[in-house]
Design a protein around this ligand. Structure first.
Ligand code: UP5
Ligand code: MG
Length: 196
């Protein structure tokens, strides 16, 4: 990955802040490949891997899966994909994730796209997605107990990662409490000024 000079943007923000939604737009307009750590973990559960039950239990509790598992999935996905530009969505979620990813891949992100959104708004969105649980978007961590746990883990473990990147002047913050189209207008500005 290093020899290929792969470029990575971390897409971070609380549960329901719109990471997945905006990544789809960025893929369409800017030629990145989207890798959602959560999606990769959910696919791993479905594949019946030996880690599946452990991952499922951790997601149910809103806990952060051990970084070796997540990093292995991300690395495999990046290698299998021919692209050299990746949006890594929902990772790193704690300082240990961040340090281990850097250590293993030697990759530093170009920048961190941070979707800033109040908890009330995120809660509303997640509960709303839960309404359509029968749809392919329904997720079994979108119940109020797990949502509260996810918020707590975000505040305690994930915000410090964003702070770390602030200290390196790598954070591009976007107000995510607007319509998806308005948010994407801001996102476009950030990616347009990021060279080819
Ligand atoms: N929506 C989106 N944008 C909107 C807008 N502007 N206005 C109104 N509605 C909007 O959006 C969520 C919902 O809101 C959707 O219904 C959407 O239509 C609507 P989405 O784009 O899916 O937001 P996103 O930020 O991606 O929310 P998600 O629920 O995926 O965030 P999480 O961070 O909670 O989920 P993730 O999949 O990343 O992780 C799940 C779990 O996996 C974690 O809790 C953890 O247990 C585990 N995990 C790890 O252990 N390690 C990892 O590295 C990653 C995950
Ligand atoms: Mg998501």
């Amino acid at each position: 990955l290093r020899e290929k000079n792969v470029k990575v943007v971390f897409v971070l923000g609380g549960p329901g802040s719109g990471k997945g939604t905006q990544c789809a737009n960025i893929v369409r307009d800017f030629g990145f490949t989207h890798l959602s750590a959560g999606d990769l973990l959910r696919a791993e559960i479905k594949s019946g891997s030996e880690n599946g039950t452990m991952i499922q239990n951790m997601i149910k509790e809103g806990k952060i899966v051990p970084s070796e598992v997540t990093i292995r999935l991300l690395e495999k996905a990046m290698i299998e994909n021919g692209n050299d530009k990746f949006l890594i969505d929902g990772f790193p979620r704690n300082e240990e994730n961040r340090a281990a990813f850097e250590e293993v891949t030697k990759i530093e992100p170009e920048f961190v796209l941070f979707f800033d959104c109040p908890e009330e708004e995120m809660e509303k969105r997640l509960l709303n997605r839960n309404q359509v649980l029968s749809s392919p978007h329904g997720r079994d961590d979108d119940n109020i107990e797990t949502i509260r746990k996810r918020f707590k883990v975000f505040l305690e473990s994930s915000l410090p990662v964003i702070e770390h990147y602030y200290s390196k002047a790598k954070v591009r913050k976007v107000d995510a409490a607007r319509s998806a189209d308005e948010v994407f207008e801001s996102v476009k500005g950030i990616f347009s000024s990021f060279g080819p």
